[in-house]
Design a protein around this ligand. Structure first.
Ligand SMILES: [Zn+2]
Length: 354
């Protein structure tokens, strides 16, 4: 009853966040999207060092592979260890055998170590943003596969957004940016309208008020978790891809959730729409055509099987002819060792957050 498909791509991940599970509760309980950023994610990314980042990325990539996801488009931030951070993630992904497209999310929200949750469009580009831009440039110039990362328009000046767009153009790649994820970024459409290009990745687009050039990355689980609302991605004509926004990389599960979220807003929609979204980001990894996944259940008759059959799991994964997962167990690395090293790193990371 097993069934083979092409391997999956996660179109938006944050491998730096794999060790967040089990972190100490924030001192202030978040009551809004911006407060989730301030009290959880912007504290976690400040606590990272290169060693914890490596094991966080290794764990996230290993779990992705075991879910049938052999390629990840990652968006990274570690404000205290920017230089070389993309190489650390690339090394972790290579160790596990997952293809990666990496970017460093530049932002002006840190200025002289003070946090500014919203940045004026007219303010000058900060040193921190310049350092992030240099990390993107260094990685791309060294031959790394990636894009130019930007956190979001509302934490960047116009000068920073413009510089990111120019750098992406120079390397013939796109900008990977969170767009109107929450109401705090509702001006993103107006500010990015003249900059966005076909090769940009527009992540979330929940509160986007106009058409922007690029591929929209829909992250239904994360949007629900952050209570930012439903993105209604089909209201735009853009290509749509599926991401997890750092909550694992089980793309079959994300697609199942995307289907019911779509159906909740439109009773006439079918799973075919969402299954199509799973293939959109293959264009970033042409070699994915050589990767296959064998699933525990035969879904070949109809996409409705995948939408309504619980517990379908990835059994085998083959990457370019090599079986890298056999009966659910990775063959190229020791999952128990990665989990143990990641647990040690998590302990160190969580101590900094108390
Ligand atoms: Zn994200």
């Amino acid at each position: 009853m097993s069934f083979e498909t092409r391997a999956m791509v996660c179109a938006h991940h944050h491998l730096y966040s794999s060790l967040a599970r089990g972190m100490p509760a924030p001192k202030t309980a978040p009551d809004s999207f911006i407060s989730v950023l301030e009290n959880i994610w912007w504290k976690l990314d400040m606590a990272l060092d290169l060693e914890t980042l490596y094991w966080s990325a290794a764990l996230g990539a290993a779990e992705a592979l075991c879910s049938g996801t052999t390629a990840i488009i990652d968006h990274h931030e570690s404000p205290l260890v920017i230089d070389g951070s993309l190489d650390v993630i690339a090394d972790a992904c290579a160790m596990v055998g997952v293809k990666a497209n990496l970017s460093y999310g530049i932002t002006d929200r840190w200025d002289n170590n003070a946090l500014h949750s919203r940045v004026s469009p007219l303010s000058p580009m900060t040193d921190a943003a310049q350092q992030g831009l240099r990390e993107n440039e260094r990685f791309l110039a060294s031959g790394g596969r990636g894009m130019v990362g930007v956190h979001a328009a509302f934490t960047c000046s116009d000068e920073t957004l413009h510089s990111a767009s120019e750098l992406a153009r120079k390397f013939d790649t796109g900008v990977h940016i969170h767009v109107a994820e929450g109401p705090d970024d509702k001006d993103a459409g107006a500010r990015l309208e003249k900059l966005a290009d076909k090769n940009w990745l527009l992540v979330h687009a929940v509160h986007l008020d106009r058409h922007l050039e690029g591929t929209i990355v829909h992250n239904p689980r994360s949007n629900m978790n952050n209570a930012v609302g439903y993105a209604h991605p089909t209201r735009f004509t853009n290509d749509i891809a599926l991401g997890t926004d750092g909550i694992g990389a089980d793309m079959l599960e994300e697609a199942r959730l995307a289907y019911v979220r779509l159906r909740e807003s439109d009773i006439s929609s079918t799973p075919e729409t969402v299954w199509g979204w799973l293939h959109t980001s293959e264009k970033y990894f042409p070699e994915i055509v050589n990767d296959t996944v064998t699933w525990s259940y035969d879904m070949s008759d109809s996409p409705w099987h995948a939408a309504f059959t619980p517990g379908i799991r990835c059994v085998d994964v083959v990457v370019a002819g090599n079986t890298v997962v056999k009966d659910g167990i990775p063959t190229q690395f020791d999952m128990a060792e990665i989990r143990a090293k990641a647990a040690q790193a998590a302990k160190k990371l969580h101590k900094k957050l108390i």
